[in-house]
Design a protein around this ligand. Structure first.
Ligand code: SF4
Ligand code: SF4
Length: 354
């Protein structure tokens, strides 16, 4: 192992990320050690995206993030910050590195993959005088990677580009590149710490971090927003804001916090300045595979939680606080089975009548 930082300490460092501490500055020294000791290179590709994930990363509070990316983590190609462009970038920065480090390098993908018209909706360069589609590029290069790190909800789950009617037939990367491990770091955009921490983990330990059922590193995505929300007291007391500027739980104005997994409540954004709900905006569940599947500023509809059973978000919220580690569906199904939520029983009605 190229670092003295144990895996356990690393996970603790990442999972306990505090608002005032930049993950990049904490990890830079150990990353430098790892790369000097021969950690594999990283290639970064962009498909159907708004570049917001890269902007989020470059917005990291560490002043030398570009230097960290290019020098420290041995990022061989990035569409926005690499000096090389055109054929040179394609051959030297992508294809040659992918071949030389076959099965060892890590591929970061930002953006969904347009598959309609044989991928022609997204051309990313030329090779031997022929256009290269992003679909072909990600399949060829991704197929040689040790693992693919899907940064942002678009590459992880399809996200906004794959939202119906999806005229370009966008797909997630894992739908078009099979037989390679995928790590999903969703978010629209993802927090810089989630991206830096995930790259650092694979480079330091040459191993995929522990993932949840949607392929997300648990060290960043195990918490449910609703459980740690500063407006939770309002929810528990049924005080709901009717407009975005009002105090109160934001459920009625579209908050998806009861189904959203991320650690924004403690990590905060923009160098510890603020985060989604604290700024008065509802959580949009941008880290979930369904994003942006529901209207953003309207209340969550009833959710299917088990065959033949649906629950309203109020019912979900009432019981989730006690069980963050348990899957929503399983937890709710259990609570329905024990009668904590679900249709009112005859005995309850009697109690209420007395
Ligand atoms: S519904 Fe949203 S605003 Fe309300 S308590 Fe839950 S996370 Fe907070
Ligand atoms: S709090 Fe909600 S909207 Fe904000 S980053 Fe987390 S999942 Fe996305």
């Amino acid at each position: 192992m190229p670092t003295k930082l144990t895996r356990r300490d690393f996970i603790r460092l990442c999972a306990g990320g505090a608002a005032a501490v930049s993950m990049t500055s904490l990890l830079a020294p150990v990353l430098t050690q790892a790369v000097e000791a021969g950690a594999p290179p990283v290639i970064w590709l962009q498909g159907a995206s708004c570049t917001g994930c890269s902007v989020s990363l470059l917005n990291s509070v560490h002043p030398d993030i570009k230097k960290i990316l290019l020098d420290v983590i041995s990022l061989r190609y990035h569409p926005n910050i690499s000096g090389a462009a055109g054929d040179l970038a394609m051959e030297e920065g992508i294809f040659k590195v992918a071949e030389e480090y076959k099965g060892k390098f890590y591929l970061v993908v930002e953006g969904a993959v347009p598959t309609g018209a044989d991928g022609k909706f997204c051309m990313v360069g030329e090779r031997d005088g022929h256009h290269i589609t992003f679909l072909d590029l990600v399949q060829e290069v991704g197929g040689k990677a040790a693992a693919i790190l899907n940064f942002g909800t678009c590459s992880a789950y399809g996200g906004i580009p794959a939202t119906p009617p999806n005229p370009t037939k966008c797909k997630s990367v894992s739908e078009v590149v099979k037989n390679v491990p995928h790590i999903n770091v969703p978010g629209c955009p993802p927090h810089p710490d989630w991206m830096v921490g995930t790259i650092a983990h694979v480079l330091l330990y040459n191993e995929i971090p522990e993932l949840d059922r949607f392929g997300r590193p648990k060290m960043f995505f195990k918490d449910i927003i609703h459980d740690n929300c500063p407006r939770r007291q309002y929810f528990d007391n049924a005080i709901f804001a009717k407009n975005l500027s009002e105090p109160g739980c934001l459920l009625e104005v579209g908050c998806k916090g009861p189904i959203a997994h991320c650690d924004s409540t403690t990590r905060l954004w923009n160098g510890g300045t603020n985060w989604c709900i604290k700024s008065g905006a509802p959580c949009l569940a941008c880290t979930e595979p369904q994003f942006p599947g529901w209207p953003m500023y309207t209340r969550l509809p009833e959710m299917p939680i088990a065959p033949g059973i649906t629950a309203t978000v109020d019912q979900i919220g009432v019981v989730l606080g006690a069980a963050t580690a348990v899957g929503i569906a399983g937890h709710l199904a259990g609570n329905i089975a024990t009668g904590r939520i679900g249709p009112k029983k005859h005995s309850d009605e009697k109690e209420g009548d007395n």
